[in-house]
Design a protein around this ligand. Structure first.
Ligand code: X5A
Ligand code: ZN
Length: 647
């Protein structure tokens, strides 16, 4: 459905007219660097370009008291009345364009003209308050967009995700008693010693009155937070609340001063991390995501991170994350204190009854400030993008299957002798239909391993599902996959001769008991309720997967998998964050064309349908999850959401 890019060259006009070391980083080059890089990568060309318009007085009035136009002396005098603000004669024009860009983006998404988009704007907005400019921000672009989405489009639930490294106190103040806007912000805090030095940026500020629990602050008390810390914050804090909230729209205060190399943030998350954050948000609100630029002052890191965000909005799979996926102790302390502060207000947090942390050797202490190693930023994407994003290899090409034009129905099959050789050990693969299906699967898998196809769907007769999966695993491991994650739903046993050598991780969601036979062989019952399914994905499947860092994912819906289509779609959409989106889904032959269709679209980058208001997890679901987390946390560190008690 498309991605909008909203921009206007005039927004490069506002600049610093006198010496001010604090304001000088917010430069016009921020926009031109980001835009140039989008062009260079061919990403701008793939977007629907919208030329930003000015917001009207009335629209600004949704959030702000009135504004004025002044000369240079007055501008400097006026600037002095605010914290970290330097006005320019063009500032008001630029700020009206920035706010207008956000409104256009929201209108484009909510009228269905596009699925999502990014507004590339300056000045930024999230520090701006009803009657005060602050922290380079004049009008609160995201807050105006949220108020507009409520007033003009009648929305009732809007999620605002502020991944800028500063606390967007302006947004917090404007909506702290409003339960229709869930505001999440992580920010460099250092126990209150970092700008804007506010007590109310801490985790215990959770909103007021009707809005209790609808402000979520995650203060970082050390610099150096990286990919693992950010992804852990999403999996263990933001996403459980976001699914429970069930937003109709996601607005992102997309500041990239939280990326590596930024002089303000001093954090270590690489640009690819923003692809993952974006992809994790796209499973909400039917994929209606509007991102608006806030901070980001390291031009190279900013430009790369903007590209990662836009690329993901366009539906490209996120590149794999670099570095070890182990959250640091300080991050875990912050996540834990935010979870504790929010628990009274959210069912999804209450059920996971907080237990004392196990005594284990701790994770790494925080890594300290980093300058951007150029190696991390220049790193070209090694693998050229596959020419086919998604291929469907069903046994008989299905004409009732509704597919997007760029998803191909694969005709090819592996060579007969080769297929037979792989099938030989399995009796269930002797039948002609099973062999034919296997041939198609092997052909598809080879295309994926060779890098021609990114993701795919194959089918097999139910009686041959386990054997086909066994062949797929062995073939994957012998033909180039270094680490293979297999998520098996239903009655599928782990191939008995699969080695526990760290090259494969087997996760069976099947309906028997919860058990971790080894760190590479995990099984858990299928949760009964949507809430349980969500906590299984966010609290077990994805943390295991992000810890393991596979380069190939197999997801098999075997006999008796019992999964609803929308649940299968969500699982596939979220697993797509692993292995650069190299995901092969294996279905039973008699699955409905609807199931095959929805999985193909999701693997191809479409948003899964939203789950709606979710039921809570059953006590048994919670017990199974808690048991497995306890067993596996020592090995798979992304499962942790508590710091460990170690000297
Ligand atoms: C939008 C943004 C930062 C202000 C820092 C003032 N503002 N020291 O990143
Ligand atoms: Zn910032």
């Amino acid at each position: 459905m498309g991605t909008a890019l909203v921009y206007h060259e005039d927004m490069t006009a506002t600049r610093l007219l006198w010496d001010d070391p604090e304001c000088e980083i917010e430069r016009p080059e921020r926009l031109t660097a980001a835009l140039d890089r989008l062009r260079q990568r061919g990403l701008e060309q793939r977007c629907l370009l919208l030329s930003a318009r000015e917001a009207s007085e009335e629209e600004l009035g949704l959030v702000h008291r009135e504004t004025q136009v002044l000369g240079k002396e007055e501008l400097q005098a006026l600037s002095g009345q605010f914290d970290a603000i330097c006005f320019h004669p063009s500032t008001f024009h630029c700020a009206r364009l920035a706010a207008g860009a956000g409104l256009q983006l929201v209108d484009a998404v909510l009228t269905g003209a596009v699925q999502n988009g990014l507004a590339l704007v300056r000045p930024p907005g999230h520090h701006s308050q009803r009657a005060a400019a602050n922290g380079f921000c004049v009008f609160n672009n995201v807050a105006i967009a949220a108020a507009h989405a409520k007033q003009k489009h009648g929305l009732h639930r809007i999620l605002v995700v502020d991944w800028d490294v500063h606390h967007g106190q302006g947004i917090q103040y404007l909506f702290e008693d409003d339960p229709s806007i869930l505001y999440f912000s992580w920010h460099r805090y250092e126990h209150g010693r970092f700008w804007p030095f506010l007590r109310e940026s801490d985790a215990d500020a959770v909103g007021r009155g009707q809005g209790l629990g609808f402000t979520v602050n995650l203060p970082w008390n050390q610099v150096g937070m990286g990919n693992a810390d950010y992804v852990a914050a999403f999996l263990h804090l933001l996403l459980p609340l976001a699914f429970e909230f069930d937003p109709e729209l996601v607005l992102v205060s997309a500041g990239f001063d939280s990326a590596i190399g930024d002089p303000e943030g001093q954090m270590q998350a690489t640009p690819e991390c923003f692809a993952h954050l974006t992809q994790l948000l796209q499973v909400l609100a039917g994929g209606r995501v509007c991102a608006m630029l806030e901070g980001g002052y390291h031009l190279e890191s900013l430009a790369e991170s903007v590209c990662m965000t836009v690329q993901t909005l366009l539906g490209d799979p996120a590149p794999p994350l670099s570095g070890s996926m182990v959250p640091c102790q300080s991050a875990l302390e912050s996540i834990q204190s935010a979870r504790a502060a929010q628990a009274p207000h959210w069912k999804s947090l209450q059920l996971q009854e907080e237990r004392p942390p196990p005594l284990l050797p701790g994770g790494p202490v925080c890594k300290g400030a980093a300058s951007a190693p150029s190696s991390l930023l220049d790193q070209p994407c090694l693998c050229p993008a596959p020419s086919v994003r998604t291929a469907v290899a069903l046994t008989a090409p299905d004409i009732t299957l509704v597919l997007p034009p760029d998803v191909i129905q694969q005709e090819g099959s592996a060579l007969r002798e080769e297929t037979e050789a792989w099938a030989r050990p399995h009796e269930s693969l002797a039948r002609e239909e099973a062999l034919a299906a296997l041939g198609k699967l092997l052909y598809l898998l080879d295309g994926m391993l060779d890098g021609q196809v990114n993701s795919g769907i194959a089918a097999t007769p139910a009686s041959a599902a386990a054997a086909t999966l066994d062949v797929a695993i062995r073939r994957g491991l012998s033909h180039g996959a270094q680490r293979l994650l297999c998520v098996a739903l239903g009655q599928l046993d782990r191939p008995p001769d699969l080695a526990h050598d760290g090259r494969s991780l087997w996760l069976n969601i099947r309906g028997k008991e919860a058990a971790a036979l080894s760190m590479f062989h995990v099984s858990t019952p299928l949760p009964a309720m949507t809430g349980g399914f969500l906590s299984c994905i966010l609290g077990l499947v994805l943390p295991l997967a992000y810890s393991f860092q596979p380069d190939l994912v197999l997801v098999a819906l075997g006999p008796g998998h019992g999964l609803q289509g929308r649940h299968a779609a969500l699982l596939a959409a979220m697993l797509r964050g692993l292995a650069g989106g190299r995901v092969l889904a294996l279905l039973e032959e008699d699955s409905t064309p609807q199931l095959a269709g929805i999985l193909a679209r999701v693997l191809n980058g479409e948003a899964p349908p939203s789950l709606g208001a979710s039921s809570v997890a059953s006590p048994e679901d919670v017990r199974a999850l808690m048991y497995l987390r306890g067993q596996l946390e020592p090995q798979w560190k992304m499962l942790q959401c508590h710091p460990h008690l170690v000297a």
